[in-house]
Design a protein around this ligand. Structure first.
Ligand code: DUC
Ligand code: ZN
Ligand code: ZN
Length: 468
């Protein structure tokens, strides 16, 4: 059994910060001990490898619970495969993703899930699990939900947006929520009023407003807030918990905060793009704004303060990426002259841990909160904790050695995602991943990729661990 000792670093988890050495045995964390204590000295003497983490943070690998590798969307596919996307995730200090398997209309959940397994099998550099997108709620698929929960696909995304594609009406949503209330599945909601948005899209295009910036205008903040409110009340009626994905509007955050104050099991995530980018980016000239088209859309800058505050007060609990990359050339360009044809999505799986570390440097969140929202809480929310999301005896040795003082400039020229632009091009960041272990095996070693496709294992999940 291989023994690795990570020596001399500051171990940061959601719960504490301790100067400790970490012993890894057989792919798991075996023990922590103070630097230069007798046990730690003994480990070093007998280790197969000692990693010097002096002056570095030793943190759990990131858990990104919202990715869309190879997602078919808008007549094209997200440009990262499971191979390229999980490799890029590892470069950015993420060691687990939970991707969205898609049920298409008319198809069984099983067929959709099998399709996603086929895409990911033997391709991934890091561990992965699946949520299921429900596009067709009916008697059969409701029954299938029970089976999937038993198998470890314990969360289901529904859409109040995208009529004709992923959209479910309120009745279908209520039925799925009732089923989730019974079988323990967590309902994840894309909360935007898609029916109203489609009217505004049609009107904008008819008036000649075709530029990317109108994507943000028609997907009005109030239509996110209204859908968020409706989803909360439907979940309340069904007696089910609710997790609202990619929250971007201040008014939607207010709805979630209100529900939580009422004691409801309502949770929310936001994404780095809503914290660091804004409608200013959507308005960039020469169609450059298309690079920032995603849904929910970027909001005016003044929404950012509400998101940061909610992350501090725990009204939002998770930051995931909604990684859904489309190249500018050939993919985003499908929407030249018609913003509604721009494939929705931003790349970011590689950037999340660094951007959130920058938020620590900038004083938005504490170091432990960084780990909480990026590692521990997503793992708990989606039934992966304590195997993932922390550094504690028995946990998988998914560990990142993070250099908090290194300076980097984000760029498409140096990133590893399979996409021809960066949403954060030129952004200076303090902090950088140095070494990444996945179940004790190096994937990134001193800024060199040493991983392999197929190391990453499919990871069935338990149910949400926050339910009271
Ligand atoms: N939003 C995006 O931006 N892309 C994919 C799906 C979604 O809901
Ligand atoms: Zn969505
Ligand atoms: Zn998404």
């Amino acid at each position: 059994m291989s023994r690795i000792v990570i020596r001399g670093g500051l171990v940061v988890t959601a719960a504490e910060e301790v100067h400790a050495d970490v012993l890894v045995e057989g792919g798991r964390v075996a023990a922590l001990a103070s630097h230069d204590s007798d046990p730690a000295r003994g480990w070093t003497a007998s280790a197969d490898r000692v990693i010097d983490a002096t002056g570095k943070y030793v943190i759990p690998g990131g858990v990104d619970v919202h990715t869309h590798m190879e997602l078919p969307f808008g007549g094209t596919h997200a440009s990262d495969t499971f191979e390229t996307g999980t490799r890029a995730a590892a470069w950015g200090g993420t060691t687990t993703i939970v991707d969205f398997a898609v049920q298409s209309v008319g198809e069984s959940l099983r067929a959709g899930l099998d399709g996603w397994h086929a895409k990911a099998d033997a391709q991934c550099a890091i561990d992965y699990g699946f949520h299921m997108i429900l596009s067709d709620v009916n008697e059969d698929t409701l029954k299938e939900m029970d089976i999937l929960v038993e198998e470890g696909v314990t969360s289901f995304k529904l859409f109040m947006a995208y009529p004709g594609v992923f959209y479910s009406d309120d009745g279908r949503i209520l039925r799925a929520m009732q089923r989730g209330a019974d079988n323990g599945g967590l309902i994840m909601m894309h909360a935007e009023n898609g029916i109203a948005i489609d009217v505004l899209v049609e009107q904008a295009l008819a008036a000649g407003r075709t530029d990317p910036r109108y994507h943000g205008e028609v997907r009005h903040a109030l239509l996110e807030a209204e859908a968020t409110h409706r989803a909360i009340r439907l979940a309340q009626v069904a007696g089910s918990p609710l997790y609202v994905v990619h929250v971007s509007a201040q008014q939607a955050v207010e709805q979630i905060a209100l529900a939580r104050d009422e004691g409801l099991n309502v949770f929310g995530e936001t994404c780095p793009q809503y914290l660091f980018l804004s409608t200013d980016n959507l308005a960039e000239p020469d169609f450059e704004g298309a690079k920032y088209v995603c849904s929910t859309p970027l909001r005016p800058k003044d929404h950012q303060a509400a998101l940061w505050k909610a992350l501090r007060t725990n009204d939002l609990q998770v930051v995931s990426t909604d990684h859904c990359p489309f190249c500018f050339v050939g993919q985003k360009e499908l929407g030249r002259g018609d913003f509604s044809k721009i494939p929705n999505g931003l790349p970011g799986v590689e950037n999340r841990m660094d951007l959130l570390h920058q938020a620590v440097v900038d004083g938005h969140i504490s170091r432990r909160r960084w780990i909480e929202i990026a590692c521990a809480t997503p793992a708990r929310m989606f039934g992966l904790y304590p195997r993932k999301g922390t550094i504690a005896p028995g946990a998988d040795a998914d560990i990142v050695i993070y250099d908090p003082g290194a300076e980097q400039v984000v760029s498409a020229a140096t990133h590893h995602m399979n996409v021809d632009y960066s949403a954060y091009e030129g952004k200076r960041i303090t902090g950088r991943v140095e070494t990444v272990l996945s179940r004790g095996e190096p994937v990134i070693d001193g800024r060199e990729y040493v991983g392999r496709a197929g190391h990453g294992q499919y990871t069935p999940r338990g149910t949400c661990q926050y339910l009271v």
